[in-house]
Design a protein around this ligand. Structure first.
Ligand code: NAI
Ligand code: MG
Length: 372
């Protein structure tokens, strides 16, 4: 039996293009793995009323990890209108399959490395090496939201928080509340993973990026837990910054930072900014990582206008494969893949359109495979 069973979920649009690219490289890497295809995306929403069919969830439960391409998602009304006639009017609600997978498998780490590979004309600077740990399951994206706010909720808030008095006169339909929910466990585990990563990969600092001077309770909890955990890692220094200042510094001195750890929404924003410093969507890979399962993906979407044209940059996907190899403990193979990717970028001959070239998605993958 192969050592690993890996699910391949291409999804929609260019998710398929970049998954084909990944397969060229995976073939060359010759991992001791069995690859299984898993259904996900718009087609399954349209025809089955579920973008993440139960058979996919069952299949993933028997896998070591998964590689995901991208999916298409659309607003509620449009989604309903595209259902096959038999499924319309049944109250089916489209829900993002990737968000559901993160929750279902408790993939609490969103790992977003942003490294400038020398020779990439899209680099903001050539000496950037950032690794962002974004909490992936709670915070402002917990999904606890109200509009209108039920009277009972309002009364409880007014009874327990003097700050609510300012909103006492706001009409029911004019008030909306989204809860920013942090748990001690959630803070601890994301910070611990960040420190472990810094230690294992030789980074000397971890910066906790929050806003405890204003969002006292949630950001405060995160920062206090970070201080506690930092005590277990004497070789790694803890830096504390406020998110607003941090994004300025990332533009001013990105080379000064290495591992950053933050909550869900701040991480969403900071990681997109960081990705753009090193080439943008064509280079932004990510890992959704739990304690015993993980899903790796490029962070771009399905880019419908390029679907099936093999024009887009597969580097984000190939870097996601590299993250997967790291997570599997295949450090040598991961390093070999990263060197091959860096080599192709440095040589500058095989480039997709976003880098100013005219090579295809698959030609880039082949160039990487040849160097392996
Ligand atoms: P997108 O990321 O699909 O594409 C935006 C633009 O970025 C593209 O038109 C293209 O110019 C460029 N781009 C994206 N990937 C690239 C690559 N690998 N190489 C070179 N250029 C690249 O975002 P958009 O257009 O906002 O969304 C399209 C669909 O994807 C929507 O349905 C959206 O909901 C979905 N989406 C899915 C995500 C996921 O599966 N994780 C993430 C973001 C969006
Ligand atoms: Mg995002």
């Amino acid at each position: 039996m192969p050592k690993y069973r890996i699910a391949l979920m291409p999804g929609d649009g260019i998710g398929n293009d970049v998954m084909d690219a990944a397969q060229i490289v995976l073939d060359k890497i010759a991992l001791d793995a069995e690859y299984v295809h898993a259904d996900i995306g718009w087609e399954f929403w349209r025809t089955e009323g579920d973008a993440l069919p139960q058979r996919t969830v069952d299949l993933l439960k028997g896998c070591t990890c998964a590689l995901f391409g991208a999916i298409t998602s659309k607003p509620k009304d449009e989604a309903e209108a595209e259902l096959i006639p038999e499924l319309r009017g049944k109250g089916l609600v489209y829900r993002s399959p990737i968000v559901r997978l993160r929750q279902l498998f408790d993939l609490y780490v969103n790992l977003r490395p942003c490294k400038a590979y020398p020779g990439n004309p899209l680099n903001y600077r050539d000496d950037i090496d950032l690794v962002i740990f974004r909490e992936n399951t709670e915070g402002l994206y917990s999904g606890v939201e109200f509009h209108p706010v039920p009277q009972a909720v309002r009364e409880v808030l007014e009874a327990h928080s003097p700050a609510m008095a300012r909103f006492a006169d706001v009409a029911e339909e004019d008030l909306a509340i989204s809860c920013r929910i942090f748990t001690r466990r959630g803070c601890r585990r994301i910070v611990r993973r960040a420190f472990e990563y810094a230690q294992a990969h030789g980074y000397s600092t971890v910066t906790v990026v929050e806003k405890p001077n204003v969002i006292r309770e949630t950001s405060g909890l995160m920062v206090r837990e970070a201080r506690r955990i930092a005590a277990d890692f004497p070789d790694v220094e803890l830096w504390e910054t406020n998110v607003d200042a941090q994004v300025m510094w990332l533009v001013k001195n990105p080379q000064d930072y290495s591992v950053l750890v933050t909550s869900n929404m701040f991480g969403d924003i900071v990681s997109d900014l960081a990705a753009q410093l090193v080439g943008g969507l064509g280079f932004a890979s990510s890992g959704n990582i739990g304690d015993d399962f993980a899903i790796f993906e490029p962070t771009h979407g399905s880019a419908p206008k390029y679907a099936g044209q093999y024009k887009v940059n597969p580097m984000a996907m190939l870097l996601a494969v590299k993250l997967m190899l790291d997570w599997l403990g295949e450090r040598e193979k991961a390093q070999a893949l990263e060197s091959a990717i860096a080599g192709v970028i440095a040589e500058g001959k095989v480039r997709t359109y976003d880098m100013g070239g005219s090579s295809t998605t698959l030609e880039v993958a082949q160039a990487v495979a040849e160097r392996l």
